[in-house]
Design a protein around this ligand. Sequence first.
Ligand code: NAD
Ligand code: UDP
Length: 314
Amino acid sequence: MNRVLVTGGAGFLGSHLCERLLAEGNDVICVDNLFTGNKDNIRHLMSNPYFEFIRHDITEPLYVEVDQIYNLACPASPIHYQHDPIKTAKTSVFGALNMLGLAKRVHARILQASTSEVYGDPEIHPQPESYRGCVNTIGIRSCYDEGKRMAETLFFDYHRQHGVDIKVMRIFNTYGPRMHPNDGRVVSNFIVQALKNEDVTIYGTGRQTRSFCYVSDLIEGMVRLMNSRDGFTGPVNMGNPGEFTMLELAEKVIEMTGSTSKIIFKELPQDDPMQRKPVIELAKKELGWEPSVVLEEGLEKTIEYFKTIVKNVR
Ligand code: NAD
Ligand code: UDP
C-alpha cells in the first residue's frame, strides 16, 4: 500500500484522482484550502478509513510522511486564477517549492499537474513537448501561465540538484462531472446555459479551437505517468487530440441538451489562445496511453451530471 498525497484533492480533477487511488488500495491524504474545491466533491470518500482530508494552504509548508505526491493544487479556470493573481502565482511557485521540499525530505516521487498554458498562444500547431511556447509575461493570464512555467523549472532544478524523482504532465482542457458550475470554463458554461435555456456566450468569433479530454481518460494517464519507469520525467502532453471550434462546441451542446438557447457573441478576453491541440506521441510511446472517450460520449455524461445540480446554480 502506497501513502499518497493529493494536493488540490477536493477539486474537479483531484477528487476523481482520490477516488481512483482509493479504489486501487492506496492510503490517500487529500490536502486542499477549498478555494475552488469543496467538500461535496469528496463527501462520499470521507467514511473510508484510508482517506484523510486536511484543510491546508500549500503556500505554507506541510509535514507528512508519504511515498507519492500529486501536486494539483491551483485554481485552473481563468475567472478563478485571475480573481487574485498574486495568490495564484504564490500557489504555483511557493506551492511547488513546499511540495518539492517535502518530496526531497521523505524521498517521495512527485508529479506536477502542469498545463498546455505553458505554450501560451502557440505559433505552431499542434503542440509537441519540444515547443517552448509564446507567453505574454505581463498579461492577465500570466499569473497562471508563468506560475506554471516556473513550477516546471523548479521541478527540473530539484531533480538535477537534489535527485528528486519527478514527473511533469502538461494537461490540455479536461472536462467532466464535478467541474465547478460557475468557474467560467467553456464546457461547464455552455452546458449550464443550455440547460437553463439562457443565451450561450461565445467569446470572439468562436473560430478559436480547443481539444477536450474526458476526465476518466486524463486520470488514467496521470496514474500511468506517476507509475512510469524510473528516469522518465516528462514533460509529457496529455489531452485528446480531437479539435473543435467553440462554435462547434456550442452547437453540439445545444443540440444534445435539446435547448432553446440562442448563441450570442461577446468580446474575446486578452491573450485567449487561438488554437490548441496536443501531440500525444510521447504519452503513447512511454505510457501506452491515449484517450478513448470521444466528445459526444463525454458530453453526455457531463450533461447528466449538470442536470442533477443545475436547479441550484444561480
Ligand atoms: P480545480 O479548481 O477544480 O481544482 C484545484 C484545487 O486546488 C481546488 O480544490 C482548490 O481549492 C485547490 N487549491 C487552490 N489553491 C490552493 C492552495 N493554495 N492550497 C491548497 N489547495 C489549493 O481545478 P482542476 O481542473 O481540478 O485542476 C487541477 C490541476 O490541474 C490544477 O493545477 C490545474 O492547473 C491543472 N490543469 C487542469 C486542467 C483542466 O482542464 N481541468 C488543464 C490544465 C491543467
Ligand atoms: N469561451 C467562450 N464562452 C464561454 C467561456 C469560454 O467562448 O462562456 C471560450 C474562451 O474564450 C476560450 C475557450 O472558450 O477561447 C476555452 O475557454 P476556457 O476558459 O474553458 O479554457 P482555456 O481558455 O483556459 O483553454
